[in-house]
Design a protein around this ligand. Structure first.
Ligand code: PMV
Length: 364
């Protein structure tokens, strides 16, 4: 058996404004998706026959990493609620990429990759693997798995499953963990890791080290309402068309996000919280909050450093940055929300079991 897992994410700053080029900040959360692979007589997912149209992400990864490979039984588990803006599909795609790569191994040439997907060789990363001449050795198990490759593959298959549109925010946060900043320019003070391009749009992806922050938590409160992201993005686009002055809100969100990032980097959590609450007021003025979110946000505010909706809005989830997660969580639950508690920035993808790797030798 081969098993890999990856975290979900939530957006701390910059949702919606990122669509117009402003920076957005996402952090990995403690809640994870896990994918387990074992050899089987026929293709199965969670004991049922595998239908590619029901699992487009898995199908797209199978085509890229397991073409002509033997049938697998795939078990998917996890505690990230689906369709709530917490990155469950990106986490699944990252974990499945990691598990499939772990189960097939990687061909090497002169101690370097002979095949794979990497930001170091841009150009064809979404089309097919980069391959060199025939390799001279193979690495198996956890040692052949690479975060960057899983992030690229997850981004490509998210885009495939969503009709060509997906930013790399979720896939990068779920692969690398920690804190990820996306922007339309390389941000001077941040650690730029790579630039992704898809359908003529480019995003510069950065990481921010938050490993020294350990005395604050995120409490995530779900309204239980599903509001599709595309509808909320369209709503903001319509608003800006009718009232061009609303671009001021978008630009101000960018300023608040940059202030939030600086506060994160200096460990000033009070300022991070204030920036989050300010970000929420701007999102509200863009029309993407809703009464149910406002109820949970008001309930969480007294015990929190900052509160805001997270993700597309119109339902979905809110987040509270707090030093008292129990009190904040109880307040949200009393107001009718379901809660999850997470560290501020959690770990990225992991191989949890590679005892039986490889499950296939495509290089023989
Ligand atoms: O809740 P999510 O992860 O779907 O967040 C959407 C973030 C938006 O900025 C609203 C849309 C986008 O593509 O960035």
């Amino acid at each position: 058996m081969v098993q890999a897992s990856a975290p979900g994410k939530c957006i701390l700053f910059g949702e919606h404004a990122v669509v117009y080029g402003q920076p957005a900040v996402a952090v990995a959360i403690d809640q994870r998706m896990s994918v387990e692979l074992s050899l089987s007589n026929d293709w199965r997912i969670d004991g049922m026959s595998f239908h590619p149209d029901r699992h487009p992400h898995v199908e797209a990864l199978k085509q890229r990493l397991w073409d002509l490979g033997p049938a697998l039984s795939i078990k998917i588990s996890g505690n990230i609620p689906p369709a709530s803006g917490l990155g469950s599909s990106a986490a699944l795609s990252v974990a499945a990429s990691a598990a499939l790569r772990c189960a097939r191994g990687r061909q090497m040439v002169d101690d370097d990759w002979a095949e794979g997907w990497t930001a170091a060789r841009p150009g064809s990363i979404y089309d097919g693997p980069w391959t060199s001449s025939k390799g001279d050795s193979v690495v198996n198990g956890a040692d052949c798995v690479d975060e960057d490759e899983c992030a690229i593959l997850a981004h490509a298959v998210e885009a495939y499953a969503q009709g060509g549109r997906a930013s790399p925010l979720d896939s990068s946060a779920c692969a690398h963990g920690g804190c990820i900043v996306l922007s339309d320019k390389i941000e001077d003070n941040l650690n730029w890791i790579y630039t992704r391009s898809l359908n003529g749009v480019s995003w510069h992806v950065h990481s921010v080290d938050l490993s020294n922050i350990d005395d604050v938590w995120l409490v995530i409160g779900s309204t239980g309402i599903h509001a599709p992201t595309s509808e909320q993005v369209q709503k903001v686009a319509n608003l800006i068309k009718e009232q061009p002055g609303k671009m001021r809100e978008i630009e101000t969100i960018g300023i608040v996000s940059r202030r939030g990032i600086a506060a994160l980097m200096s460990g000033d959590m009070e300022s991070v919280g204030r920036a989050m609450s300010e970000n929420h007021l701007l999102l509200r003025s863009l029309g993407v909050s809703c009464p149910e979110l406002e109820v949970l946000i008001s309930a969480a505010a007294p015990s929190s450093l900052g509160v805001k909706l997270t993700g597309a809005g119109g339902g979905g989830c809110m987040i509270a940055l707090t030093r008292n997660p129990k009190m904040t969580s109880e307040a949200i639950e009393l107001a009718g929300g379901r809660t999850l508690i997470s560290k501020l920035a959690s770990d990225g993808m992991k191989i949890d079991n590679d005892d039986k790797a490889p499950l296939w030798d495509p290089y023989e």
